[in-house]
Design a protein around this ligand. Structure first.
Ligand code: 13P
Length: 254
């Protein structure tokens, strides 16, 4: 995927099936009226809502993503879903390594690398999430943490596979706290991630990689974040649950 301006909504464990359908219908209408052909929109509803979301989004240009996948095709993995199952219901993107999955479900860079591989093998774009905790920011180990997350999670991919990756920088201390990273804090890490990619692959591939910022993005702070040269858009949590806020955040991407 070439570098794109993206606004993505991670709905996490929110919205019933009916509520998800209503929110998608609302977003779809607003995108049609106000935003056709501009930034790329992606929504990540719960697994339950994916098949009907896929039908509702058909022909709209809005991308559909899942919040997780397993790395195996099928088998004795109670409670899990595979990338190929997701692909078959119209999913195009999958979040891998969100900090909530790392924190509550024991995901590691190693399991993330397996998930990213499997997602790409089945034609999905992996949106790989990285970010440091508050204590890692305070003890200044965050460059090392990000470097490990990126290299261990992604750098086993060849160049062609890497083209199917979007990176999201989400500092854990900024998620759901109302305390977003300042534009200069975020830009510093985005530029660093791009340098890591350039070093591993090439300048050209780095320039082609979309790197999103996530963590307390709201309509009133999106503009200053999205103006930064290495920030290609946002991965939005809370504010993506309201169609108006989600669309207003996307306006800042123009
Ligand atoms: P908030 O926008 O609610 O801080 O969540 C960010 C996030 O985790 C998106 O994946």
């Amino acid at each position: 995927m070439s570098r794109k301006r993206i606004v993505a909504g991670n709905w996490k464990m929110n919205k019933s099936l009916e509520e998800s359908q209503a929110l998608i219908t609302e977003i779809r209408g607003m995108v049609r009226d106000e935003h056709r052909g501009q930034s790329k929109f992606i929504v990540f509803p719960t697994f339950l809502a994916l098949p009907s979301a896929s039908r509702l989004l058909e022909g709209t240009g809005i991308g559909l993503g899942a919040q997780n996948c397993h790395w195996e095709e099928s088998g004795a993995y109670t409670g899990e879903l595979s990338a190929s199952m997701l692909r078959k219901v119209g999913v195009e993107y999958v979040l891998v390594g969100h900090s909530e999955r790392r924190q509550y479900f024991g995901e590691t860079n190693t399991t993330c690398a397996q998930k990213v591989k499997s997602a790409i093998r089945h034609g999905l774009t992996a949106v790989y999430c990285v970010g440091e905790t508050l204590s890692q920011r305070e003890d200044k180990s965050y460059f090392k943490v990000i470097e490990e997350q990126i290299s261990e999670g992604l750098f086993g991919l060849d160049r062609k596979e890497f083209a199917q990756v979007v990176i999201a920088y989400e500092p854990v201390w900024a998620i759901g706290t109302g305390l977003n990273a300042s534009p200069s804090q975020a830009e510093e890490i985005h530029a660093y991630i791009r340098r890591l990619v350039a070093h591993q692959y090439s300048e050209e591939i780095a320039a082609d990689t979309s790197i999103l910022y996530g963590g307390s993005v709201k309509p009133d702070n999106a503009n200053e974040l999205f103006m930064c040269p290495n920030i290609d858009g946002g991965l939005i949590g809370g504010a993506s649950l309201k169609a108006r806020d989600f669309i207003d955040i996307a306006k800042a991407l123009r």
